[in-house]
Design a protein around this ligand. Sequence first.
Ligand SMILES: [Zn+2]
Length: 265
Amino acid sequence: MLAASARWFKDILFPVSCVDCGVEGEWWCKLCRAKHQNECALWPADAHLDRGASFFVYEENGPVGRLIKQFKYGFAKDIKNVFEKIISEKKGFLRSLCSVGTIISVAGSIVPDLVGAVEPICWSVLPVPLHPRRERERGFNQAKVLAKIFLDSLNTPPCIPPPETSSGQALKGEGLTQNPPPIRGRIEEGVLVRTRYTPHQARLSKEERTQNVAGAFAWKGPAPAPAYVLLVDDVYTTGATMQECARVLKAAGAQKIYWLTLARG
Ligand SMILES: [Zn+2]
C-alpha cells in the first residue's frame, strides 16, 4: 500500500516517458523498441577478444544512448526494468553467444574456437570494473547490473567447475550439435580490478582512449585466470577498454574471452 502510494506520487511528480517518442508510461515503449529489434550482432575475433555480441547499435542521442545515460547519471534506477525486459525478449540471441550448440546452428558451420572444449564450459562473467572511487561517486557499476540481468535471463544452472579429465582429452566436438549443453556461468567480482582512476572516455579519440586505459586494470584473482571469460559492459565504443581488460586476462592465463554489451557504436 505504502509502496503503491509512493509510486503514485513519483509518477505524478516525475512522469516516465518514452525516450524515443515521448509517450507517457514507459521508458521505452513497445512500438519504439520494435523499430530496433534487428540490431543484435555477433562480432568476430579482434586482437585479444575472441568473439562478441551486442543487442543494439549505439548512438549517443539514440534511444539506447539516452537510456544508458539516464541509468548511469540520471538516478533513474528503474531503467533496470527496461533492460530486463529487452534482454528477456532476446534470450535466444544471448544463448547464441555462449552456447556451443546454438552457435553451430545459427552460423550454419562449426565455430572452430570452441570445438574441442571440454564440456561443460563454465563462463566466468566479469563486469568491466569501475575504479572504486568512480563506483562510489555513481553509487553502482552499470556493468555489474547488466551482467546480473544477462545471467538471470539465461537462467543459468549453478556453475560447478568441470572435473579434471584423467587423459586431458578434449571432446573434439562430438555430439555438440544434438543437445547443446546448458550455459553455465557465474559472476566474479573483485578479481579483475581497475587500479587507476581514469578520466571519462566519452570525449576522447580512439588513440586517446587506448592510452587512457593502458595499464588501468589488473588481475587479482587466483592464477591462472579462468579459461572462459565473458566480459560485460554497457557500451562497446572503440573497444579500447575491452581490449585492455582482455590483454590483462590473457596475460594471466585466460584462454577465450568473449564480450557482451547492451550496445555497440
Ligand atoms: Zn516510444
